[in-house]
Design a protein around this ligand. Structure first.
Ligand SMILES: [Fe+2]
Ligand SMILES: [Fe+2]
Length: 276
């Protein structure tokens, strides 16, 4: 089973450039074209938040128009730049909430790996929270799954990455409680997929692999200084491709670039000969 994770689209109304520089709508079009051209093609796409930039209906209408070319199943969780109401209205099939708790929490049981969507949005604020409703809901679905292997996908990472201006807006309240729940079920939670930091970052958290996916549009500058300013860079847009092997109960994550950049520069040709 192949899971493509596309994150932090930041689509602006009328194809508005993000930061007056980044063609995020064009970046999403390229990402969709890339996914659709892949052989083998991913089974499902997970959008881990910041679908829109301001969370308006017009932004989501533009996303929906671009995603008409994405003809494989896809699912979404909101990020801090999203608004639940307009997001759910535009993408009911990609946010299949069963019991309406007011949050975009749901489970996808259609694939060999169970996918659990967890809503960390604290609407209007940059940082994320998990309140009692979401934590109780997660506890229940983890007890419910007949012991099936699963992955959780959510926007805000519950970790300190070292990129200070992003750590200031990570998952705050509820992170400790989440760690306790995840730890209990660590044998069958195969991974947690997050967005928000716009960079590929990997760690083990609460006994489980946790990966932050790179943005399909623009990246956050790599800067581990404690007083590093908020800064963005145009590194190659990319995605994570998660490969789930149900027979081996193993998950592997690849980084795949989505657009042209100064490279790649092969030094072995297709005939196996060294290029000098
Ligand atoms: Fe973002
Ligand atoms: Fe975000």
């Amino acid at each position: 089973m192949l899971i493509a994770q596309l994150t932090d689209l930041h689509i602006g109304e009328g194809r508005r450039l993000a930061y007056r520089k980044v063609d995020t709508a064009g970046a999403l079009e390229k990402a969709v074209a890339h996914v659709m051209a892949m052989v083998p093609r991913p089974d499902v796409v997970l959008f881990t938040g910041d679908i829109g930039d301001l969370g308006s209906r017009d932004e989501y209408a533009l996303v929906a128009e671009i995603l008409t070319k994405l003809t494989i199943p896809y699912f979404m969780v909101p990020g801090n730049h999203d608004r639940r109401g307009p997001l759910r209205a535009a993408f009911p099939y990609a946010t299949p909430v069963r019991a309406d708790t007011g949050f975009v929490n749901y489970v996808v049981d259609d694939f060999p790996l169970r996918l659990i969507a967890l809503d960390t949005l604290d609407e209007g604020k940059p940082g994320g929270v998990l309140g009692k409703t979401q934590l109780d809901w997660l506890r229940d679905v983890l007890l419910d799954g007949d012991g099936r292997d699963c992955a959780i996908f959510m926007h805000h990472p519950p970790i300190v990455t070292g990129i200070a201006h992003m750590d200031a807006q990570n998952l705050g309240a509820g992170a400790e409680e989440l760690a306790a729940i995840v730890s209990v079920h660590r044998d069958r939670i195969k991974a947690i997929f997050c967005g928000h930091v716009h960079r590929p970052i990997h760690t083990i958290w609460a006994g489980v692999p946790l990966m932050i996916g790179p943005s399909v549009a623009h990246q956050v500058a790599f800067d581990l200084r404690a007083d590093g300013p908020s800064a963005f860079v145009m590194e190659p847009p990319a995605m994570h491709l998660h490969v789930w092997d149900a027979g081996q109960h193993s998950l592997m994550t690849h980084l795949a670039y989505l657009d042209r950049y100064d490279g790649p520069h092969p030094f072995f040709g297709p005939d196996g000969k060294l290029i000098v």
